[in-house]
Design a protein around this ligand. Structure first.
Ligand SMILES: Cc1ncc(COP(=O)(O)O)c(C=O)c1O
Length: 320
């Protein structure tokens, strides 16, 4: 993407796009806002060498009028975010694509049920619902009341609350294969706990994965090698979901070194453009047998409230 002729942003295609196939992408463009007309050009390029790229598709040119920023709560919040953490608050991060190009609100003031209200008081329906974590709706009265009641019990963090044991028993009753429960404060923490347990248990280090497992180092290093402790020390490797041949080839490559295989057995979110689907039962069964045979810990990462939405017990428990 060029703005007034100078290159501003570039994004790689997420996968091979065959002739005639469609791909919907989003590109983040970071440029100094100057009210008035400007020209944006979009082109598809093929990398020729380290220094240059060759244009392989016609440029699309658009004349865009940038309006002066209107003062208000959103604009004030945006100003702070640009100054203090431009990357994190980049408006198109997170839920970053409306397929029709419609703009989403940048900041939120409150939420109730499925409705969210932006700082200017405009109400929106939120179909994302915290990536599924707010399945019962935001600020659900019964949940708020229950949390409020426990908050005022003055929880002491150094000692377990008796409620933890009641929830533990409930989880073990609900999930037939659950024998042990460990609480964490988010998905990244619990996935990391599972990987650490697998490494200690097997004495091996490598992890084969598919799907998304948070932002801690063991996983993030596969996406960004600079995060690995030293060059060439990568330990996490991705296989394609529901592709047992791809998994087997990867396993053969790292034979005898794999501590854990981790995947999302239900409602997997694979990449930006990819699949959102349950794992194939036949695939899960083969994976489970292979892991058992080779003493590898198989981790089913089920972060969403899947009991309600995808029949977690039968799909995953059969192959635990
Ligand atoms: C399968 C899976 N693992 C891990 C995570 C990370 O969870 P969190 O963002 O709570 O750290 C997510 C979050 O979407 C997830 O879907």
């Amino acid at each position: 993407v060029r703005v007034n002729g100078s290159a501003q942003s570039r994004t790689p295609l997420p996968h091979t796009v065959a002739p005639g196939q469609c791909w919907t992408g989003s590109v983040q463009v970071w440029f100094k806002r100057q009210p008035g007309m400007c020209e944006w050009t979009f082109s598809l390029e093929q990398k020729a060498d380290e220094r240059g790229a060759e244009v392989i598709a016609e440029r699309l040119a658009l004349r865009i009028e940038i309006e002066p920023e209107s003062p208000g709560a959103t604009s004030a919040a945006l100003k702070i975010s640009r100054r203090a953490n431009a990357w994190f608050y980049w408006p198109s991060q997170g839920v970053h694509r409306s397929r029709d190009g419609h703009a989403y609100p940048l900041f939120i003031k409150r939420a109730k049920g499925c409705r969210i209200t932006d700082p200017e008081g405009v109400e929106w329906i939120d179909y994302v619902m915290g990536w599924g974590s707010a399945l019962l709706g935001y600020a659900h009265p019964e949940i708020e009341q229950a949390i409020g009641a426990e908050l005022s019990s003055g929880a002491i963090l150094s000692l377990p609350h008796e409620l933890e044991m009641r929830v533990t028993a409930q989880l073990c009753d609900m999930i037939p294969c659950a024998e042990t429960v460990l609480f964490g404060k988010n998905g990244s923490d619990v996935c990391t706990a599972a990987i650490r347990i697998a490494r200690v248990h097997t004495g091996r280090r490598k992890v084969l994965f598919t799907g998304y497992h948070g932002w801690q180092d063991w996983y993030a290093e596969a996406l960004e090698p600079a995060i690995a402790p030293a060059i060439g020390t990568q330990t996490a490797y991705r296989f394609r979901p529901n592709d047992f041949d791809d998994f087997s080839a990867l396993l053969a490559q790292h034979a005898g070194e794999v501590a854990a295989v981790i995947l999302e057995p239900a409602a997997q979110v694979e990449g930006v453009d990819g699949l959102v689907a349950d794992a194939d039962r036949g695939f899960l069964a083969k994976l489970s047998k292979t892991c058992r045979d080779q003493g590898i810990v198989l981790i089913h990462a089920v972060i969403l409230i899947l009991h309600a939405i995808s029949g977690l017990p039968t799909a995953c428990v059969d192959h635990c």
